[in-house]
Design a binder for this molecule. Structure first.
Ligand code: S3P
Length: 429
């Protein structure tokens, strides 16, 4: 799908963004392992999370859509049955990696497949520790999907993750829950902790310290009522757009502001953004707030180190903010972006440079010379990556002239309402 996008005047009003993708995947998977009915309100209906839903259905889990949400009738670990076909994870790394951990301990054969992008992503990072736990997991020779798993009795391990990855951490927790003996995990830097919060609330025996997670298996997971907050990763596009477009004042309601996800707010504030959190509360174990954003003059900054995992999916939209801010910016320690749905460092720099930006790719980051009112409309491509599509949409709003965005349908991966919402906000431009 191609879209023509024009520059926009002030963004004003109140919006809600799509539900949190990470929490939606986890709510489905963890509920499937509990015994009894769990409810998930405000589940994200998008391609990635629906891939998880379909895979669990193939594994015999009973999931029904009833107002006001989904009802998952879990029958415990033994309730999972061998699927009669390949499990199609679509574009979703979270689906593939989390299910790999889960299925490694189930006594049947599973084959996990996906689209071309998912088949390019590294699976070795999950396979290696799962094998140390006794799993029989196979991939293509270069450690890429499809994955073939023959479930085995697993044993707990002590393991330091080579990368700060919540997908990997959660896969190992799912394996550890079924293992004999304790699993102890540590990460180079903290990644999102939704799994720890949700599993603890469901009764799992998790001991969390500042630098480790200890899981003692054996407890049954109890069903839960989950309420999924708005996704801060989806809100980020509107935070940057409202910051950059003069005269904007936008209230984004009900956004998840878990501290392991709020790196983008901290960096934007450091760049001069006017972002205020209102009505902060805790809903279902997750901090939630309304995010009020007023336009402000942004200036360049440098980011790197432990804040990167706390804003890992927001680096492309941060690059747009930096390209339109005043002065030099630098992003370091972001090599993980090269193995996301696309090589996001390459994708965002090539596409933004077509719009007149000055973005230089570094092996593990970006060097950006920003200039306000400098971007110009151009023909750009999402490269099939939802986060690149939405980042370029924001760049188009602040550019001079019209932008032609190809591959605009990629937003359906995480935020199917994105174009509709943008249209309603920019109708009077
Ligand atoms: C996710 C973790 C992150 C993130 C992805 C969702 C999750 O991936 O990029 O969009 O739900 O656990 P990594 O764990 O690979 O960093």
């Amino acid at each position: 799908m191609e879209l023509r996008l024009s520059p926009c005047k002030a963004l004003r009003g109140e919006i809600t963004v799509s539900a949190d993708k990470s929490i939606s995947h986890r709510a489905l998977i963890f509920s499937s392992l509990a015994r009894g009915k769990s409810r998930v309100q405000n589940f994200l209906q998008a391609q990635d999370t629906c891939a998880t839903l379909r895979c669990l259905g193939r594994l015999g889990v009973d999931i029904k859509s009833e107002k006001p949400g989904l009802i998952i009738s879990g029958t415990g670990w033994e309730g999972l049955k061998e699927a009669d076909d390949v499990l199609d994870c679509g574009n979703s790394g979270t689906t593939m990696r989390l299910l790999a951990g889960l299925l490694a301990g189930r006594p049947f054969l599973s084959i996990l497949s996906g689209d071309d992008s998912l088949h390019r992503r590294p699976m070795q990072r999950v396979m290696e520790p799962l094998r140390m736990m006794g799993a029989a997991v196979y991939a293509r020779q270069d450690g890429r999907a499809p994955l073939v798993i023959m479930g085995k009795q697993l044993r707990g391990i002590e393991y330091r993750l080579p990368v700060a990855s919540a997908q990997l951490k959660t896969a190992l927790l799912l394996a550890g829950l079924q293992a004999e003996g304790q699993t102890v995990l540590s990460e180079p830097q903290p990644s999102r902790d939704h799994s720890e919060r949700m599993l603890s609330a469901m009764g799992a025996d998790l001991i969390l310290t500042s630098d480790s997670i200890t899981l003692n298996p054996g407890r049954l997971l109890e069903p839960q009522d989950f309420v999924v907050p708005g996704d801060i990763s989806s809100a980020a596009y509107f935070m940057v757009a409202a910051s950059l477009i003069p005269g904007s004042e936008l209230l984004i309601k009900g956004v998840g502001v878990n501290p392991t996800r709020t790196g983008i707010i901290e960096v934007l504030r450091r760049m001069g953004a006017d972002i205020v959190l209102e009505h902060q509360q805790v809903v279902g174990g997750e901090p939630v707030a309304d995010v009020l954003v007023r336009s402000a003059a942004l200036h360049g900054t440098s980011v790197g180190g432990s804040i990167i995992p706390r804003m890992i999916d927001e680096v492309p939209i941060l690059a747009v903010a930096m390209a339109a801010a005043d002065g030099e910016s630098r992003i370091d320690d972001a090599g993980e972006l090269r193995v996301k749905e696309s090589d996001r460092l390459a994708a965002i720099s090539t596409q933004l440079n077509k719009m007149g930006a000055c973005v230089e790719e570094l092996p593990q980051g970006l060097l950006i010379t920003g200039k306000p009112q400098h971007l110009r409309g151009a023909e750009v491509h999402s490269l099939g990556d939802h986060r690149i599509a939405m980042s370029l949409a924001v760049a188009a709003l602040v550019a001079r002239g019209e932008t032609l965005l190809k591959g605009a349908e990629a937003v359906d991966i995480s935020f199917p309402r994105f174009w509709q919402l943008l249209e309603s906000l920019t109708r009077n431009c």
